[in-house]
Design a protein around this ligand. Structure first.
Ligand code: PLP
Length: 287
């Protein structure tokens, strides 16, 4: 088992400590590229097909050359195999416009250990603060160049929101639009429980379509949950039976405190955690 893995899109396993990017790579100087983060479990990249589809859509939004999905799948599988089966890992697929001076796009896959906060969030849940995102739910449609539905490498504001929340001792953030609608987390999708109904805001409101939420919705119907896409207000979070932040590596993080208010754990919480677990292992496995 490796402690870190680096594979380039040409299928070469590289030394993860050796320099890879040139100083003028547009990933480094402009954040001009796209990426995916996913879980490696049992030596396999989970929900890889959902991530490859989103990588294609993100690349299209940025006018990057169409990703060669076969090469990406092979590189991801090779990297997961190199990582091994002993522990879960966090995989990144990174695809930038390449060097400012010209040439091919930059494309590589890495795997590393899960951040400490991941196990804590899974086991104990998280405290969350709602923060203004500073724009309307309409922005995605009125200003497509804002790339709201694409997973771009420009995550500085998302990271700044998390640091801001940390100053108030919150583990995570739920962004709210200028109309006061619930959007998403800086690195997660919001899903609420209302009885046996699961609700998430529609991606048309200028948020990233989450692969974990999608995988959950694919399996939850058979488990007797109704799954809906509907606009939500912060009051819907407070009056819900449970608020979850879903994401590929952490999977299901239950919000135990929202803006200082303690949220009780519903009788369905364990079931939801198991469903997400089953979903990421069964939906979108390699073709
Ligand atoms: N929304 C944003 C802004 C994200 O960065 C992420 C994940 O990184 C998500 C939602 C959740 O997506 P996924 O479940 O595919 O990890």
């Amino acid at each position: 088992m490796a402690d870190r893995v680096l594979v380039t899109l040409d299928g070469v396993v590289r030394d993860p400590d050796a320099p890879l990017l040139c100083a003028d790579d547009l990933a480094a100087v402009r954040g001009d590229g796209v990426f995916e983060t996913l879980l490696v479990r049992a030596g396999r990249p989970c929900t890889i097909e959902l991530h490859l589809s989103r990588l294609q859509r993100s690349a299209e939004a940025l006018d990057l050359p169409e990703p060669d999905v076969v090469k990406w799948r092979n590189a991801a599988e090779l990297a997961a195999k190199q990582w091994g089966t002993e522990a879960e890992g966090a995989m990144r697929l990174v695809y930038s416009r390449g060097r400012e001076s010209g040439g091919d796009p930059t494309a590589f896959v890495t795997v590393g250990p899960l951040a400490e906060r991941v196990q804590r969030a899974r086991a104990d849940g998280i405290s969350v603060m709602t923060l203004a995102r500073g724009h309307s739910t309409e922005l995605g449609q009125t200003a497509p160049w804002q790339l709201l539905g694409a997973k771009t490498l420009s995550y500085a504001t998302n990271m700044a929101a998390l640091r801001f929340a940390a100053r108030y001792e919150a583990d995570d953030v739920i962004f709210v639009s200028s109309e006061g609608r619930v959007l998403e987390g800086p690195r997660s999708t919001v899903v609420i429980e209302r009885g046996r109904t699961l609700i998430t805001p529609p991606a048309t409101q200028g948020i990233l379509p989450g692969t974990t939420q999608r995988a959950l919705f694919e399996v939850a119907g058979d488990a007797g949950f109704a799954c809906k896409y509907a606009p939500l207000f912060p009051a819907d979070l407070i009056t819900s039976d449970g608020v979850w932040l879903l994401s590929s590596v952490t999977l299901a993080a239950r919000v135990h405190t929202l803006d200082g208010l303690v949220m009780r754990r519903s009788a369905r919480a364990d079931e939801i955690v198991s469903l997400v677990d089953v979903a990421v292992e069964s939906i979108g496995a390699s073709k």
